[in-house]
Design a protein around this ligand. Structure first.
Ligand SMILES: Cc1cc2nc3c(=O)[nH]c(=O)nc-3n(C[C@H](O)[C@H](O)[C@H](O)COP(=O)(O)OP(=O)(O)OC[C@H]3O[C@@H](n4cnc5c(N)ncnc54)[C@H](O)[C@@H]3O)c2cc1C
Length: 716
């Protein structure tokens, strides 16, 4: 059944609901702007849109109308009466018999109407981007066109065509894995780079505002993992729940060639010297595993420099009180500052805060054969349609493939690291589906690099039991999977009387690092910056969630029209205090579509993180008030449901250290007891800094893969 199958009377009522939720004013009504086409598409394709509710819900709504005026349907009521009925239902007052809670039905419609009206026209609604004109959002500046689209960095080999053996197998073609593959292949090694996701071109990753890695709809994304075949288990108190993508508790990053870097926001911060010495500076808070890194900032600095220059970072030194010494400045100047950032920078000056630009893995000028950023308004969560964002898929992986020594295998999952009796890894067991058949294969290699992201890398080792380590490779001391951490995000949203921003992307262009450390009574802290240009749909979700605007009706539309351009968001990642109970295990029962035991996530953030989040939110609030905001909403971790921190900044599950009793890998990221197994992703972070993690993941991958290549060259 679709909309076309509704009776004419029910379709009239449907139109009535849509047009009261989005009434015509200076801009068209919901129906006039294409909501019929949108609903037809979304109800067919997305189970979460609840096609099964539509006909019975409309019938119940018509029954409500009949109770108000005998013989009438919803469509027959006057507009004021329709508004009154919807408001009553939304507040929980209903009289007719409903097959679902009436409130939920109205809420579903409010969400569907917002998705159709504020989402991208490619989803059928928002004809001629009419709502974007209304709020002042645009994807591209007038006169700017997208450059030619970027093809996928696709597979070069199939599971049936692998070499008999490789010098190294790299598991995961994300941030760290792409770099490791490049370093090893350029050093002369034969490398198999195996990625469970598929290779996706920019065309396949079009700017879909309903299905990006930052969209709020809960609809599956192309990079988010299988919504049926990839469960995880969440231990919530004493209850275990099985969850699937895109449930946020599943804790996704992106799964495709490029991993998170295919769709990330590309903020490219270095950790500062203090971040490597957290326990020395702050002690070890009770209930935490806060620790120093086995290396310091100076040891990593040359590798930060290499990452910035080889991948391509735009930025400017200075403007950061805690920044460590640098070999040289960034390879590209900062991306142009957007108009809204200037008033924030001025206010920060008045508060005595030091600010600077946000470093980005985005071309601010043409570089490496790819164009400069076109400053579009659709950056974070989307693949860059201008190919100006630098991810592993368009930098290091093509370089690795160009050597002719690296094979890229996509859509294939590493199941287990294989090891012999004395603990030396000998290869990787991989699995995939070909023409509906499950195909398994053991691939032989001298060295293994695990870079599957902090949750999947831990899962992989735990699933790689040996005779001497029956609970998982490198897990004799029960360290694998512990210390799962990411970033609690904290900050504030300010509403202004004046227009304070436009759609000039990417968005983050003014930051203060003053609160990364040195905050009285606090362990660490975090960076604060203005946020990415938000999509209108995400703004609707945020403002309605805060109660700043109504969820539907004339006032809601006016609120969006007024506030999209009159709000500023200042947020930052708080450095979390890790704890050993926040962890990845493998579940004894639940298996994925290949029959492999899945990750079980348990634990919670440390209480210190909730305090830290309040502190950062306070600082963001002060900044916004000084900028002229009349209303500020703070975002802290106080209402955060219990559960470990994971998701896009996941890290820490195979932390480096000097002592195998308290770490899973040595100071070179090698699994204790298995010198030929290197971890090259966020798992090795001891702590995760008060800034976004990817540049540190990259620097460590360069350093540690370089060491592996040296060992190989030296025959060690
Ligand atoms: C929307 C979004 C915005 C972000 N913005 C920023 C930002 O602005 N700045 C920043 O620093 N970070 C950002 N991040 C986070 C950043 O992308 C990650 O920190 C980074 O990509 C992690 O690198 P990694 O090497 O640990 O893992 P990933 O990049 O996640 O790569 C792991 C890869 O391994 C693959 N894989 C997993 N299991 C297997 C298996 N068993 N076999 C084969 N392959 C497997 C996955 O599919 C994936 O491709 C963002 C992420 C997202 C999604």
């Amino acid at each position: 059944m679709t909309i076309g199958d509704l009776s004419p009377a029910a379709e009239r009522s449907l139109r009535g609901i849509v047009d009261r939720m989005l009434p015509a004013d200076d801009f068209p009504s919901g129906w006039e702007s294409g909501l019929d086409r949108f609903l037809d598409g979304i109800l067919r394709t997305e189970p979460a849109a609840r096609l099964d509710w539509i006909a019975p819900g409309i019938a119940a709504l018509d029954a409500e109308a009949g109770l108000r005026a005998e013989g009438m349907t919803f469509a027959d009521l006057g507009e004021a009466e329709q508004d009154d009925l919807l408001a009553a239902l939304a507040s929980g007052t209903s009289r007719a018999a409903w097959p679902m809670p009436a409130q939920d039905f109205v809420d579903l419609f409010a969400r569907l109407c917002a998705q159709g009206f504020y989402g991208d026209p490619g989803n059928g609604g928002n004809r001629d981007a009419v709502s974007w004109d209304m709020v002042g959002y645009r994807q591209l500046a007038p006169g700017v066109a997208w450059p030619a689209t970027e093809p996928a960095t696709g597979p070069t080999v199939t599971i049936g065509g692998l070499r008999p053996r490789y010098d190294a197998i790299v598991i995961g073609a994300g941030a760290g894995g792409g770099i490791a593959a490049c370093v090893l292949a350029e050093a002369g090694m034969t490398v198999l780079l195996v990625e469970r996701g598929s290779a996706l071109s920019s065309d396949e990753l079009r700017l879909d505002h309903l299905r990006s890695e930052r969209s709020v709809t809960g609809y599956p994304t192309k990079t988010g993992g299988s919504a049926t075949g990839d469960p995880r288990v969440i231990l919530d108190g004493s209850n275990e729940k099985t969850v699937y993508p895109p449930d946020s508790r599943w804790s996704a990053n992106a799964m495709t060639v490029g991993g998170g870097t295919r769709v990330y926001g590309a903020q490219a911060w270095r950790f500062c010297p203090e971040d490597f010495r957290m326990a020395s500076i702050y002690g070890v808070p009770e209930g935490s595993t806060l620790a120093d890194w086995p290396i310091d900032y100076d040891e990593l600095e040359p590798w930060y420099d290499r990452a910035e220059w080889e991948l391509g970072v735009s930025g400017a030194a200075g403007g950061d009180r805690y920044a460590g010494a640098r070999t040289r400045d960034y390879p590209m100047p900062p991306v142009e500052r957007n108009p809204g950032a200037q008033i924030l920078a001025d206010a920060a000056d008045r508060l005595g805060l030091l600010t600077g630009p946000v470093p980005l893995l985005i071309n601010s000028v043409q570089r490496d054969g790819r164009p400069a950023c076109v400053l579009c308004g659709a950056c974070v969560g989307f693949a860059c349609q201008a190919a100006a964002k630098n991810g592993s898929q368009n930098t290091v992986i093509p370089r690795a493939l160009a050597t002719g020594r690296c094979d890229l295998l996509t859509g294939v999952q590493a199941e287990r690291v294989l090891a012999n009796g004395d603990g030396r890894a000998t290869g990787v067991a991989v699995v995939t589906e070909v023409d509906g058949e499950i195909v398994r294969r053991d691939v032989t290699a001298d060295r293994i690099v695990v870079a599957a992201g902090a949750i999947e890398s831990a899962r992989l080792l735990l699933n790689s039991a040996t005779l001497t380590e029956p609970t998982g490779l490198g897990n004799a001391r029960d360290q694998v999977g512990r210390n799962l951490q990411a970033h609690v995000y904290a900050g504030a949203i300010g509403l202004f009387d004046e227009v304070v921003r436009d759609s000039t992307g990417p968005g983050p262009s003014v930051a203060t690092n003053d609160f990364r450390h040195g905050n009285p009574g606090l362990v660490g802290g975090g960076m604060l910056a203005n946020d990415f240009v938000p999509t209108p749909l995400n703004v609707w979700d945020t403002l309605t969630g805060l109660g700043a605007i109504e969820r539907f009706g004339a006032a809601s539309k006016l609120g969006m029209r007024r506030l999209w351009s009159r709000m500023q968001m200042i947020f930052g990642p708080l450095q979390e205090v890790p704890n050993a109970d926040s962890r990845v295990q493998v579940d004894a029962e639940v298996r994925d579509r290949f029959g492999i035991r899945v990750a079980k996530l348990s634990g919670d953030i440390h209480p210190e993180d909730r305090r830290g989040a309040r502190f950062l939110a306070d600082r963001a609030e002060e900044w916004l008030l000084e900028t002229g905001a009349h209303t500020v909403f703070r975002t802290t971790a106080d209402d955060r449901p219990a559960g470990p921190s994971g998701g896009q900044h996941q890290a820490g599950t195979l932390r480096m250290g000097e002592d195998p009793e308290t770490s899973a890998t040595d100071r070179w990221g090698r699994v204790w007891g298995h010198d030929n197994v290197l971890i090259a992703d966020g798992s090795v972070h001891v702590t995760n800094g008060g800034v976004n993690p990817v540049l540190t993941i990259a620097a460590l991958a360069y350093r540690n893969a370089d060491r592996m290549a040296e060992d190989w060259l030296a025959g060690r």
